[in-house]
Structure formats: structure tokens, C-alpha cells
Design a protein around this ligand. Sequence first.
Ligand code: NAD
Ligand code: UDP
Length: 359
Amino acid sequence: MSQGETLLVTGGAGYIGSHTLVELLAAGHAVLVLDNFSNSCAAVLDRVAELSGREVPWVEGDVRDTSLLQKVFAEQEQRGTPITAVLHFAALKAVGESVAEPLRYYDNNVAGTLSLLSVMQQFKVLRFVFSSSATVYGEPTALPYVEDHQIAPTNPYGHSKAMVEQLLRDLCQAREQFTAITLRYFNPIGAHPSGLLGEDPHDVPNNLFPFITKVAVGQLPALQIFGNDYETPDGTGVRDYIHVVDLAQGHLAALDYGRKQSGFHAFNLGTGRGTSVLELVAAFERVTGAAVPRQWAARRPGDIAAAWADPSLAREVLSWQARHTIDDMCADGWRWQSQHPDGYRTASPSAPVRGDPAT
Ligand code: NAD
Ligand code: UDP
């Protein structure tokens, strides 16, 4: 089962990173997490260890700390388990915040990636899987989005992702053995079916699904539905929601592909199906039996009416496709939220196997 790989997972304690760790460990890989815990906590890694029955070594640190990265890569070499590929999740991700604090976003997301890539180059690590976003496409010229849709982000967060993609294209051009797989995520929601892992926003959520679950659990009074007059079948915004476990599995497929193929490759990770705000709320209430009080509100500035993926390239090239339904996403997301009203600050249902700080 083991493919003898040791993978560096930056941002592995975050929402998508933690779900991906479970899949990487199940596939027999060894992982090393680097996270500064700016939007997560080490308890997440205890949960991953508990679920996997495997050690989850981690280092607390920042990807912009180049000397720390050098130490991490060197230590892995000395242990005889060199890092062979990097999955780079670590980033800031709030669109509104990126408009207010662009320098912070470019520093964290772009300079952080530069620091990581430079150390990878020094240690001759040739495979990189990057967490990009459908937001790089901007206003759709046609739907569904295909990978060669124009790249025209409309906010600093999206620009930070597009800049890293460009940097990776240039790097692959210059170093023919280097492989960069950039995964353009659509709207990840839901949680691990065990109920042990999930999304844990520290402030009032910006995104629809965590807002719904916080309303349903009674922590927020009502969902504001941003706009009822879009050119969509019911007037509310349409997005391509994807179960976070499907998304996590897409990373395994990307890693495998990167073993055979060098160069820059971009893939949409979505389901190919659009769901409106009203449809998602109705599915959530039906599946969970929980009520979601809601009210109409003005359109959110910068929102587009509809966005969904053409996921056929990932299906054909990576042999990956999303399998979970909207109902699965609602059931799993609710299991996590209802069992953990305070996220990872809620006590664990059983004693965890501890993840180990690696340094
Ligand atoms: P998250 O905030 O839950 O996870 C990001 C993790 O990175 C956190 O644990 C945080 O502490 C860590 N981190 C941030 N900056 C760091 C730094 N400089 N050094 C070390 N660690 C750092 O976010 P997520 O939802 O899991 O997103 C993961 C990735 O996927 C991000 O790159 C994000 O931009 C991208 N993405 C997310 C979505 C989404 O809707 N969640 C959609 C598209 C793309
Ligand atoms: N939305 C909403 N109320 C909220 C949050 C989001 O009506 O509290 C709508 C939003 O206008 C969009 C959809 O839900 O049509 C998805 O928004 P989200 O922020 O989750 O994803 P993104 O817009 O970044 O794709």
C-alpha cells in the first residue's frame, strides 16, 4: 500500500487540508504538516490522527519563514524520509478582507508560495499541488467554466491565486522536470462523514453553507439571502457545491498524475452542477429536519449570478470525479455542526491519539 512518499502539507490543519490528510494517510502516504495555526488549531491534527490511526507529525510555522522551511526539508533528508512532493493549502482566503488588506494577502499567499518554491528548488523537490480557486476566472464569459476560460479575477484574493498560477507556469517553463498541478476548487462544503472533522470559522461565516449551519444550530438568528433578482431559475445565486471529501480525493488523483507527468496542469474540481441558494436551503431543511429562518437582503457587492464547473478534464485526465450529492453534503455538514456547536473548541467525543509536533 505504501508508496514510500513523504508529503509536506502546508495549511494541513485547515478545513480542506485536514480532510485531505485523512485521504493521504489512508492511501499509505506519510505526511508532515506545516501550519502557523492562524486560522486553525493543533487539535484538528489530533482528530486526523484519531480517524486514521496514524501519526500526524506537524511543525508550527509560517511558509514565509524560509529558514524554517530549509530546516524542515533538511531534517527530513537526514531522517532518510525526504519530502518528495508538497501540497500547498496555506493561504488567507476571505475575499472581503483581501480588498481591505491587499498587502497582507499578497504577502501571505504570493510571497509565502515563493518562499516555499525556492526551498523546494534548493532541495530538488519537483512536485507541487496548489490550492487554487474558481475565483481566478472572474465574471464568466461562458458557463460552465472550462480550464482555458480567461483568467480575470476581480479581487486581491483571486489575483493572489492567479499570480501564483503564473509563477508556476513560468517555473515549469524554466525547469522541465518540475510538475505543478493547480486545482481550481469550486465551492467546498460538508464535512467528514465521521463527524470528527469539519469547517470551523472563527468569526461570522462569509460563505453560505457555514452560515446556514450556524443559523440551524441557533448561533445566528437568520440567513440573509443576498439577492432574489439574478437571472437564474429562482432569482438566487447559483454555485457548484462540492463535498470536501470528494475535493480531498482529487488531491490524491493529482499527486498520482504528477508522478507521471511534468509541466503545468490546471484542473477544475467541481461537480458540474449548479445549485441555487434556495435549493441548498431547502435540501438542508429536508435532510436535517432543522429550520433555517431566512430573510431577503440586497445583492452582495461583487457577486456573480451563477458559476459552475466543467469537470470533464479532471474526469478524463485524473480519473477523478465528485461522487457525493447535495444531500450528502447537508447531512455530513450538519453532523459536524450539531455535534460541535463550538467547532474544535467542543470537547472530543472520545480520547484522541495525539498528533506529534515534529520539532
Ligand atoms: P483554512 O483557512 O481552513 O486553511 C488554511 C490553513 O493554512 C489554516 O490552517 C491556516 O492556519 C494556514 N495558514 C495560512 N497562512 C499560513 C502561512 N503563511 N503559513 C502557514 N500556514 C498558514 O482554508 P481552507 O478552506 O482549508 O482553504 C485551503 C486552501 O484552499 C487555501 O489556499 C484557499 O485559498 C483554497 N480555497 C479554499 C476554498 C474554500 O471555499 N474553502 C475555495 C477555493 C480555494
Ligand atoms: N450567500 C447568501 N447569504 C450568505 C452568504 C452567501 O445568500 O450569507 C449567497 C451568495 O450571494 C452566493 C452564494 O450564496 O450567491 C454562495 O456564496 P459563497 O460566499 O458561499 O460562495 P462564493 O460566492 O464565494 O462562490
